[in-house]
Ligand binder design. Structure first.
Ligand code: LLP
Length: 417
């Protein structure tokens, strides 16, 4: 599943002890395994070989340039959601023909930049956006390639904050409006609708919601064919769940077996946008114990990493396994692992069974490679932590720890004070 493993009571990332890296760089930090990242990409590629999909890594999950480069070198395209992500994608020389751009709120500048870059298509989320893209493409004297993001109105049995494919959500276009849009697409001079897109949510562990959504799409595609509206691409989004605790997610192979028959039936070119499946288990967050506190009611282990570094536990109530980096794993005490932030919601884990650790000892928060660093902030004037990549027995700091200068960059005290 991943390349973090114990050897003689010591956590390793590939062939390096995590504690050696901590000694060299200080804590807290994110640590990524190159091998896990690329293996997971290949797992999807192999499982779906029968339809040879364009696999666009959802870089919102992890946008570090080294992570992107590793995946682009392995053949990945990128799913982007902003002008900043586009620039990062171009910086790692991703093939623009393998870049897809979703977002309910694309600005004129972002649309223009993506047109000029020659991306595969825009995943369009409203009729108003389609008009805007047409207008901008006209100004550029170009024809914009479009996939309509359909909201298939399918429940995705995941956390409500990461469900996207029901009509309660802001994403995509409902089937009735999409039908209208496709019927009059010929009236737009500078766009060509070449695809349909769905993304129903994230951390989905069973294939049923995907099958339901894809079946809705295949029926819709049949309908369009009957009306002579041709479609070339079907983008099935991301959303594949991973193991955080005791989930039993479908494997890439099982997912492929479940959805390939529908996909093949369409005869369309397939695009996928996995994020978490590729990066989630390929990263950990390493933090150091600062203090122990027992208030007579509860025991707390206070560590140097907080919700500003890894917000998933606080924001989604997400569970991340927490393990000592060195020494016995035998639990002797139940405690909350909390950070230094001035918020009661600042915790990495609650009611965890752990060995009693002393100040200075290290903990690894597992499965933190997706939506970890990218969602971190400077709250409480804390410097963002470094990101480190291991490949075999080598490691590199792929993003430096921020400094005080970074914290105040761009801030000024005006003359009138
Ligand atoms: N495509 C689109 C259009 C998306 O909106 C997303 C994720 C993906 C692909 C990738 O989904 P994945 O394969 O990673 O599930 N911050 C949340 C997750 C938000 C997901 C947003 N969209 C979390 O930490 O759980």
């Amino acid at each position: 599943m991943h390349d973090f493993h114990f050897q003689n009571n010591e956590l390793y990332c590939e062939r390096l002890p995590v504690s050696d890296i901590a000694r060299a760089t200080g804590t807290p930090f994110y640590l990524y395994s190159y091998k896990t990242l690329t293996d997971h990409f290949q797992k999807i590629q192999n499982a779906f070989a029968a339809v040879a999909p364009v696999i666009c890594f959802a870089m919102k999950a992890n946008g570090n340039l080294a992570v992107l480069k590793a995946l682009v070198n392995a053949g990945a395209g990128l799913d982007i959601v902003s002008g900043g992500e586009l620039q990062k994608a171009l910086k790692v020389q991703a093939d623009p023909r393998k870049i897809v751009f979703a977002s309910v709120g694309k600005t004129d500048e972002e649309i223009r930049a993506a047109l000029r870059a020659g991306i595969l298509f825009f995943n369009v989320e409203s009729a108003a956006e389609l008009d805007r893209i047409n207008h901008i493409a006209k100004g550029e004297n170009m024809s914009a390639p479009i996939a309509i993001r359909i909201n298939p109105d399918v429940e995705a049995t995941t956390h409500e904050f990461i469900t996207t494919g029901t009509l309660k959500n802001k994403f995509g276009i409902d089937l009735t409006s999409a039908r209208e849009l496709l019927r009059k697409s010929g009236t737009l001079s500078h766009t060509r609708i070449i695809g349909l897109h769905i993304h129903i949510g994230s951390q989905i562990v069973t294939s049923e919601p995907f099958i339901k959504a894809i079946t809705r799409m295949t029926n819709f595609i049949e309908e369009l064919r009957a009306e002579n509206i041709p479609i070339e691409y079907l983008d099935i989004g991301g959303g594949l769940g991973i193991i955080y605790k005791d989930e039993k997610p479908q494997t890439a192979q099982e997912f492929a077996e479940a959805v390939l028959p529908c996909l093949k039936k369409t005869g369309l070119k397939i695009v996928m946008e996995p994020g978490r499946f590729i990066a989630g288990n390929a990263g950990i967050f390493v933090t150091k114990v600062l203090y122990f506190k027992d208030n007579g009611y509860k025991k707390f282990l206070i560590v140097d990493g907080g919700m500003n570094d890894l917000i998933r536990p606080s924001f989604y109530g997400a569970y991340h396994e927490i393990v000592p980096v060195q020494g016995s794993q035998e639990p002797t005490v139940q405690l909350d692992v909390v950070g230094p932030i001035c918020e009661s919601g600042d915790f990495l884990g609650k009611a965890r069974q752990l060995p009693m650790l002393a100040p200075g000892e290290l903990l690894a928060v597992m499965s933190a490679g997706a939506y970890g660093f990218v969602m971190s902030s400077n709250y409480n004037a804390r410097c963002r932590v470094p990101e480190i990549m291991v490949k075999g027995d080598q490691f590199a700091v792929v993003k430096e720890r921020e400094t005080f200068e970074d914290l105040i960059r761009g801030e000024t005290i005006p003359e009138f004070l």
